[in-house]
Design a protein around this ligand. Structure first.
Ligand SMILES: Cc1cc2nc3c(=O)[nH]c(=O)nc-3n(C[C@H](O)[C@H](O)[C@H](O)COP(=O)(O)O)c2cc1C
Length: 422
């Protein structure tokens, strides 16, 4: 395919996303920075990170996942109480003041997870299985239930099947309140996090075996997500952008396939989302067993690798997912814009994906972390100047350790810190 020069490209042409017009189609997907305070507040470091992206010229900046409940969650950003609004407003204002980018937070609910503590798990099981503390691993795996063995071997993890119906029915309200705060803080919209290892993705997943109207069939599994979209929309109105991020495929045994995702995407588009961002994998089901004292981490198995494909993969290995979902939407007469991501880092791949109709917006996470000026440089015909991500996932290992996320390619400062180019 012969591609136009960047100034005449689709990539650098404006696009409507619900009530918004983006000045280009370069989309920064959410990337946790671990730069907030332990109370989940915005810091100056958070502000500088996002201002830097805005200066680089991206069309949309999705701010990292922030928790919708008012519960301690380490330096993960939070939007679960009105006291967060002033800090969030500083962030929205700073990004708006730094460039043409629109900015929306990704809002997330997650379930409880504990650190692996086999001695404690076995002490609890003694009442039911006297002497189990002395059983060898193979005997434990045979005699304990699947769930008991998992809690022993990987650490306790709450499942969606553990939630009472009252807890499930409270979720749309939590999302709606968070979206209301995002609006009050001056953001341009919200992205509902329905992907990866978290609560909403687990409802959508084919691994959801709840026996009530929220589990089992595909129609039941998407029910809660649709209720969330409707509750959020009722709270913020139609002039505020509301989109969601889903998985094109769970990439775990027994999890959702592309077929499920096409179904869910169509239901969510009909419910009125302004965009659907398609990610892949990142589930707990195939996570590696953590060392004692650590919690399981959902990006350590095959599904995690497919979420953040490394240098061993060709460019754009996940593009077939947004492509198929977009086709399904268009076949139903739905024009909802679709975002794709996963190792898209050259103008040729990005523009090629747009021209071939695989997606409407090009998600670029690690590529923009490595060089926030990617859009400016490509538009100016200076692609060879780009500091290209090497996809070694140093950023991801920092994320895993809950350490401030940065790129290994950034310049070293005299004080030993790191800063992005420019
Ligand atoms: C350090 C790091 C943090 C991430 N945090 C989030 C997040 O908060 N929410 C989310 O949906 N995806 C998150 N992701 C996944 C990215 O949004 C993106 O889907 C993935 O990195 C693949 O795109 P890429 O190849 O352009 O990096 C994160 C990825 C990285 C590397």
């Amino acid at each position: 395919m012969t591609l136009p020069l960047p100034p005449a490209s689709l990539l650098f042409s404006p696009v409507s996303v619900g009530p918004l017009t983006l000045h280009n189609r370069v989309w920064l997907p959410a990337m946790v920075t671990w730069l907030g305070t332990d109370a989940g507040d915005i810091t100056d470091h958070v502000l500088s990170r996002y201002v830097r992206y805005a200066r680089g010229g991206a069309g949309m900046i999705v701010v990292e996942a922030m928790g919708i409940r008012d519960v301690a969650s380490g330096p993960l950003l939070r939007i679960g109480h009105d006291r967060y609004i002033p800090g969030l407003r500083r962030l929205a204002d700073a990004v708006h003041g730094a460039g043409e980018a629109k900015v929306i937070p990704q809002i997330i609910d997650f379930l409880k997870i504990g650190r692996r503590d086999p001695a404690r798990a076995l002490a609890r099981l003694e009442a039911r299985y006297p002497g189990c503390s002395k059983w060898p691993e193979e005997v434990l795996s045979e005699r304990l239930t699947t769930r008991e063995y998992r809690d022993y071997a990987y650490g306790y993890r709450q499942d969606i099947e553990d939630l009472s119906i009252e807890e499930v029915r409270a979720l749309p309200g939590h999302f709606a309140s968070a979206a209301r705060r995002a609006r009050l803080a001056g953001f341009d919209g919200v992205e509902l996090h329905f992907a990866h290892a978290y609560t909403m993705a687990s409802f959508l997943s084919a691994t959801n075996h709840r026996p009530d109207e929220y589990g089992g069939s595909a129609a039941n599994r998407v029910r809660l997500a649709v209720e969330v979209v409707k509750a959020v929309r009722a709270e913020v109105g139609t002039d505020f952008c509301v989109g969601c991020r889903i998985l094109g495929s769970d990439d775990v045994y027994g999890g959702s396939t592309l077929e499920d995702s096409r179904h869910h995407a169509t239901a969510l588009a009909k419910a009125g989302v302004d965009f659907i961002s398609v990610s892949r994998g990142g589930r707990f089901e195939d996570a590696k067993r953590p060392t004692v004292g650590e919690a399981a981490y959902p990006y350590t198995g095959h599904s995690g690798l497919m979420c953040m494909p490394t240098r061993d993969f060709p460019d754009g290995p996940n593009l077939f997912l947004p492509s198929a979902i977009r086709r399904a939407l268009r076949a139903t007469g739905l024009s909802t814009p679709v975002v794709g991501a996963g190792k898209i880092n050259t103008y040729a791949v990005a523009e090629g994906a747009l021209q071939s109709g695989s997606l409407d917006l090009v998600g670029m996470a690690r590529g923009l972390l490595a060089d926030p000026d990617w859009p400016k440089k490509v538009l100016a015909g200076q692609e060879e100047e780009i500091r290209r991500c090497k996809y070694t996932n140093v950023c991801e290992s920092l994320d895993r350790a809950h350490l401030p996320v940065r790129c290994q390619l950034w310049m070293k400062r005299p004080d030993g810190g790191m800063h992005p180019p420019g």
